[in-house]
Ligand binder design. Structure first.
Ligand SMILES: Cc1ncc(COP(=O)(O)O)c(C=O)c1O
Length: 391
């Protein structure tokens, strides 16, 4: 346990919550929740499931209805050819990622992933005793991994973990970019590929969602797709995650479930089937809304002299490089780094952002823009003001 750390994102969210409770007017750009609720059909399915509670344990893999609904969801997203034996379910993508680390990595094995990364990747690797190979992708390379960089990094790697669209940067890899990385992966046959693509329904500008399996079908036998209801359906607290991959890996997840969670609860499974198979209108509407909000946030951050921000095309994050502020002061308080900047921004302006160092890039900060639309403009105004007041 000495290797495990609590989430840095939750720490900012807690501080913002405490200030709010103390009566401060706080705009939270911190926590990565979608901030919408699923459709009524999801609640109806949950209520209906309650009325026919079996009173039993459920399947370790997940009920057939849920496996089939997820397979259909994958197909709708362009990923065909998976059967029930390729699927496993669990308590959110986080649980699936943790179980994958348990299944694929022995202590001392190496896991490689791009930086900036989602914070939990580091903690999961540390908990299972894996070596981390971090692949720096700064703003100057659009926060994206290049094929040459991947090729050089992969020798000796057991698991390559990829996240597209990205949390925290919002970057989305286009079809050609995915194909170029897939060509490199083909050259390294001993590497497992874990694709954390849980934001795959939140993609803007017509870029589309692309993946390694479609780019190079031979990668299917060692690629594991991770997905979740959390962001797509506004259901983070319902805790449903999935993997699709080789039969042996899906079976490993089932075995871990049988010794760990046993099963996703019956009522939650029913709600999940309804979310995956019901109307997708809320998801589509939210995606359009997030795109409009992305435009608003990007315009605000790019209006600040010296701030650099590659254009995010998915998820609901903007990750500006704010290092231009380092060495300056705000109301006499020196801003030496991203953490000091986020602290001052929260204390003086009541705007909560997560320091980039939580994601491995101390030159940046993360803005999560799912707050109500009316709060967004106010929060951005204060954000821009803060930078204008630096001396
Ligand atoms: C990239 C990424 N992967 C996984 C997760 C975890 O999702 P879940 O709620 O399904 O556990 C998150 C949540 O923020 C995330 O951003």
């Amino acid at each position: 346990m000495s290797r495990a750390k609590p989430s840095a994102i939750m720490a900012v969210a807690e501080k913002a919550k405490a200030l709010k409770a103390a009566g401060r007017d706080i705009v939270s750009f911190s926590i990565g929740v979608p901030n919408f609720l699923p459709g009524e059909h999801v609640y109806a399915a949950a209520r209906e499931a309650l009325t026919r509670d079996s009173g039993q344990y459920g399947s370790n893999r997940g009920p057939d209805a849920l496996l089939d609904a997820f397979i259909k969801h994958l197909e709708d997203g362009g990923l065909k050819g998976y059967g029930r034996k390729n699927i496993a379910t669990g308590i959110g993508a986080k649980h699936m990622l943790y179980s994958l680390a348990e299944a694929l990595l022995d202590p001392g094995d190496t896991i490689a992933f791009p930086v900036p990364y989602w914070t939990t990747y580091v903690d999961i690797a540390d908990i299972v005793g894996a070596q981390k190979r971090l692949l720096p992708c700064p703003a100057s390379q659009n926060y994206k991994l290049t094929p040459d960089q991947l090729d050089a990094a992969l020798p000796g790697v057991k698991v390559f973990l990829f996240n597209n669209p990205s949390n925290p940067t919002g970057m989305v890899y286009g079809k050609d970019e995915i194909a170029a990385l897939a060509d490199v992966l083909v050259k390294h046959p001993d590497v497992w590929i874990v694709c954390d693509d849980i934001y795959n329904r939140m993609v803007f500008d017509g870029v589309g969602y692309h993946n390694f399996v479609n780019a190079r079908p031979e990668l299917r036998e060692r690629t594991i797709q991770v997905d979740s209801l959390s962001k797509t359906y506004g259901m983070p607290g319902w805790r449903v995650g999935f993997i699709a991959g080789p039969e042996s890996v899906a079976q490993a997840m089932v075995t871990l479930n049988s010794n760990h969670i046993t099963n996703v609860p019956e009522v939650v499974n029913a709600a999940a089937v309804a979310a995956l198979s019901g109307p997708q209108t809320i998801t589509e509407r939210k995606c359009a809304e997030f795109q409009a909000k992305r435009d608003e946030v990007l315009a605000a951050v790019l209006s600040i002299p010296g701030v650099v921000c590659p254009r995010p095309q998915g998820a609901f994050y903007v990750f500006p490089d704010i290092s231009v502020a380092f060495g300056k002061s705000h109301c006499g308080v020196k801003i030496g780094n991203d953490v000091e900047l986020c602290n001052a921004l929260l204390e003086v302006k009541g705007v909560a952002c997560v320091p980039g160092s939580a994601f491995g890039d101390p030159n940046a900060l993360r803005i999560s823009y799912t707050c109500p639309t009316e709060q967004l403009a106010d929060g951005l105004k204060r954000f821009v003001e803060f930078f204008a007041e630096l001396t």
